[in-house]
Write a protein that binds this ligand. Structure first.
Ligand code: AMP
Length: 401
């Protein structure tokens, strides 16, 4: 079965075709600047040079049409006709409380997604545009929605409720949702498959450390807690997002700097995190590490604060689950930066009996056990694969039709 995976942003569209019989990625690509002058499509087929197609695309429908042309192109295409695509899996950022798992998209689902737009005004409209474009260009193909928020729906009220007047939850669904759900779901289930323990009761903490960063606790694959909240702003320090701050800071800075609440949110989302803490060096951990190596004090503090916050969350999630069997590192930084993994474990997690073996930890971007044999907690590097998770859910739903 061949699945087309679509991840739409407001002006971008990422795609992959995955042959689910082999789990091979036949091609992937990115459309940028949709609706903006200078739009382009970059199409990648493994083992071949990238193909770049420059054409102004006024909307997502035109972008999907161009992607389809690239997929069946006699030279750089990977399928002979669109009939070879069995189904389309869409990443949808916010499913609200209605969607605790992936779903076949029909009119009722689309209406419900529109209602969730209030909760993710930057993301959901683009996801819906992607769905509509695929329906228009490939009528009759099954479209499946896979939600960033679905994994977090496993949380109990004690974890997902904010200590606010309950009317905000009851009337507006203000609660903690958790994001990066495809990643936490995929990686925690890989950990259950690898660890050799009872998959129904194993306690797993997944550290998704990338430009966006989040951490989850799960037992037997069911989410107990997840660090992101109503929005992806809560939790860990990220590339440009602050993560947790005292909400009182907002009023203080608004008054001092003469910004309104939207301006304040833009600061918290785009100017903070390791970018802000490092004094504006970069949101990329590699640049901040380089500056720290060269003696830059702010860069050192930024990296220290990032690792300290990850370790504090691991400690609190070990408490939340009354123990932890497996800790996993994933995403750009988690998969590539051995120093971050080693320091978090060595400096802060000795009390849990965590021991990372430096030789095993000398690895990048592939599944590996990095803890020593006498570690009380298994520690793994497991590359995330959100697209594969979307394709897996799509196959499951389409097979049940
Ligand atoms: P992601 O959002 O998962 O794509 O992760 C992006 C982040 O991963 C960026 O901040 C990168 O600095 C970081 N990253 C990627 N490769 C490396 C590496 N080799 N060493 C350190 N950080 C890395």
């Amino acid at each position: 079965m061949k699945v087309l995976v679509i991840n739409c942003g407001s002006s971008s569209l990422k795609y992959q075709i995955i042959d689910m019989d082999t789990q091979d990625v036949l091609c992937k690509g990115l459309v940028e600047r949709i609706g903006i002058e200078g739009s382009l499509l970059t199409h990648k087929v493994p083992g071949h040079d990238d193909v770049v197609i420059k054409e102004d695309m006024k909307d997502h429908k035109r972008a999907v049409e161009l992607v389809m042309e690239a997929l069946v192109d006699p030279e750089h295409g990977v399928i002979k006709s669109l009939d070879e695509i069995d189904a389309i899996g869409h990443r949808v950022v916010h499913g609200g409380q209605k969607f605790a798992k992936s779903v076949l998209i029909d009119d009722e689902v689309k209406e419900a997604l529109n209602k969730c737009t209030e909760l993710a005004p930057l993301h959901n409209p683009a996801n819906i545009l992607g769905i509509q474009a695929c329906e228009a260009v490939m009528p009759g193909k099954p479209n499946v929605g896979v939600f960033d928020t679905a994994f977090g729906m496993g949380m109990e009220p004690k974890a997902f409720m904010y200590a606010l007047p309950t009317k905000y939850y009851e009337e507006y669904e203000v609660r903690r949702y958790g994001f990066h759900g495809q990643s936490h779901d995929f990686v925690s289930h890989r950990a259950l498959a690898l660890c050799g323990k009872d998959p129904a009761t194993t306690k797993v903490i997944v550290c998704h450390l990338g430009n966006g960063a989040s951490i989850s606790a799960s037992i037997g694959g069911k989410c107990v807690d997840s660090s992101m909240g109503l929005t992806p702003l809560e939790g860990l320090i990220m590339g440009t997002r602050s993560g947790n701050v005292d909400p009182g800071i907002m009023q203080f800075i608004c008054h001092k700097e003469g910004v309104d609440i939207d301006g304040m949110l833009a600061i918290l989302n785009k100017k903070s995190g390791i970018f802000g803490l490092s004094g504006g060096i970069s949101s990329d951990f590699r640049d901040v590490q380089k500056a720290a190596d060269e003696g830059n004090e702010k860069a050192k503090i930024a990296l220290d604060a990032f690792r300290y916050r990850v370790a504090k969350y691991i400690g609190s999630y070990a408490a939340a689950m009354n123990g932890v069997d497996v800790i996993v590192f994933t995403a750009g930084l988690g998969e590539n930066d051995k120093l971050t993994r080693q320091e978090i474990c060595d400096k802060y997690l000795g009390y849990l009996g965590v021991k990372v073996d430096p030789e095993r930890n000398n690895v990048r971007g592939k599944e590996a056990l990095i803890s020593s044999d006498d570690s009380k907690v298994q520690v793994y590097l497991i590359p995330t694969n959100e697209e594969l998770k979307i394709a897996m859910d799509t196959v499951k739903i389409v097979s049940e039709l």
